[in-house]
Design a binder for this molecule. Structure first.
Ligand code: NAP
Length: 252
């Protein structure tokens, strides 16, 4: 059996996922760098100090998920941490179009259902499908952890408050996909409540990455912080929470 703890980070070829991978490799994890494009995963793995291995994984592709789980079982025998990080913000925002203009074109009344489906396919169903495929491997670990990288933009409590500054951009595509991911996180935590497996969701904060055209204000180090903390939770740590590195617990 492989000695080092093993973590799979989905969408780890760039951005916050790559930073999470780097930090867990520095903590002596064997890191599986999930990437839908294997070559980009390999290039990313080369930038990580420690045991980092590229793993082809498209979270919307059943065969890719099954092949990834098979490889992990054969090569490593178990998974200690799963970080569901892969996500997309849209498929149809035009270059240069503001977030506010995109939000106006994607209200509940006028959004293309294809756009909603495409984003939810990655952010919600992708995370759930990876959870289902990896759970048998997580059950092989002594005290596995699951971290779902969500967003404060998905908090219904915050967005229901008329004073919340980002309420205007809450819509059915990305923000609601993160609300649904939060629901999946809680469902997973409840399912696994009697096991040693802890499931928590986090918000990275507005981070400078490809997802937002590098408009974010936080560094990837800041964005990765809470996910890394939750990946390393000890046996007394919580399960079924939603949190941010400096804001603490966030309302669902
Ligand atoms: P990013 O740099 O765009 O990274 C997203 C990653 O997800 C990329 O590696 C991307 O792969 C991957 N991905 C997309 N679709 C995939 C699929 N079908 N299968 C596998 N991988 C897929 O964005 P990021 O900001 O680091 O995002 C990381 C997480 O943080 C996401 O869950 C995001 O929602 C969350 N988040 C980010 C912010 C922010 O301000 N940046 C705020 C709140 C939450 P490719 O390189 O192939 O596209």
């Amino acid at each position: 059996m492989h000695r080092q703890r093993v973590v799979l980070v989905t969408g780890a070829n760039q951005g916050i996922g790559l930073q999470i991978a780097k930090e867990l490799a520095a903590k002596s994890f064997t890191v599986l760098v999930g990437s839908r494009d294997f070559a980009r995963g390999e290039a990313a793995a080369k930038t990580i100090e420690g045991d980092a291995r590229a793993l082809q994984l498209d979270v919307t592709d059943k065969a890719s998920i099954a092949a990834a789980a098979k490889r992990i079982r054969e090569e490593l025998g178990r998974l200690d941490v799963l970080v569901n990080n892969a996500a997309i913000s849209n498929t149809s925002k035009r270059p240069g179009q503001s977030v506010e203009d995109y939000a106006k074109l994607t209200r509940a009344s006028n959004v293309s259902l294809d756009e909603v489906r495409a984003v939810w396919e990655t952010n919600v169903f992708g995370a759930l499908a990876v959870y289902q495929a990896m759970l048998p491997l997580l059950r092989e670990a002594k005290e596995a952890r699951i971290v779902n990288v969500s967003s404060g933009a998905g908090s219904l409590t915050r967005c229901a408050d008329p004073a919340y500054p980002y309420r205007a951009i809450f819509g059915p595509v990305y923000p609601a996909s993160k609300t649904a991911l939060n629901a999946m996180s809680l469902a997973m935590a409840i399912e696994l409540g009697s096991t040693g497996i802890k499931v928590n969701a986090c918000s990275p904060g507005f981070t400078k990455t490809n997802l937002n055209g590098y408009a974010g204000t936080e560094t990837v180090e800041q964005g990765a912080r809470e996910a890394v903390r939750l990946a390393l939770l000890g046996p007394d740590g919580p399960t079924g929470t939603f949190s941010h590195a400096t804001l603490g617990t966030l309302p669902w």
